[in-house]
Design a protein around this ligand. Structure first.
Ligand SMILES: N[C@@H](CCC(=O)N[C@@H](CS)C(=O)NCC(=O)O)C(=O)O
Length: 189
């Protein structure tokens, strides 16, 4: 995700806070526009003309409404991480990916929690599922390593805990299928 990202917000709102957390964890820079909900801006009313609520995330002029939908959108953008493999392990892209991962690593280390949702999995953990499972499979398939245990010990432990939760384990796509798919896609095997 790049370019112009604007968040129409109200700093007191838990729905807005969800989006800010996800943006921070992904290291995405954005312009925050604080709304007066008693006197909403023309832009907010234009972008969210049905519900007229915050948060609204505007990415390159396209508005995304509803905090959970915005979380999904931010997650789907997976900026530098996937690019590492598309660019065949380009050093600069790996560096950018590591910068993003460092934000998550620090968050886990400083709080000392099992999950981003403290003792339990929350939406941020779920939104980061790519890192816990798919990223490691991509690394294995391509032999391009980003998440080393020495560099990201907390992410490594978090990923283990995450994929070993029953509710998660039973819905993950099979390793063998994913490895074959990634080998075909990136190594043309
Ligand atoms: N379902 C929405 C709820 C958003 C919401 O209720 N926002 C409140 C602020 S906490 C709001 O904008 N209220 C203004 C209004 O209802 O006029 C979401 O998850 O984004």
């Amino acid at each position: 995700m790049a370019d112009e990202v604007t968040l129409y917000a109200d700093g007191r709102s838990p729905f807005v806070c969800r989006v800010k957390i996800a943006l921070n964890l992904k290291g995405i820079e954005y312009k925050n526009i604080e709304e007066d909900l008693e006197n909403k801006s023309v832009d907010l009313l234009k972008y969210n003309h049905v519900y007229k609520k915050v948060p609204v995330l505007v990415h390159n002029g396209i508005p995304i409404l509803e905090s959970l939908v915005i979380l999904e959108y931010i997650h789907d953008c997976i900026p530098a991480l996937y690019k590492v493999f598309e660019r065949n392990g380009d050093e600069q892209v790996i560096l950018e990916a590591c910068e993003q991962l460092q934000i998550l690593e620090d968050e886990l280390r400083l709080k000392g929690n099992n999950f981003f949702g403290e003792d339990n999995i929350n939406l941020v953990d779920i939104a980061a599922d790519f890192i816990a499972y798919w990223l490691l499979l991509l690394e294995e398939a391509t032999q391009i390593k980003v998440v080393t245990t020495s560099k990201f010990p907390n992410i490594t432990e978090w990923a283990n805990r995450f994929v070993n939760c029953q509710a998660i384990k039973e819905v993950l796509p099979p390793r063998a299928i994913m490895l074959a798919y990634y080998k075909k896609r990136f190594l043309k095997i």
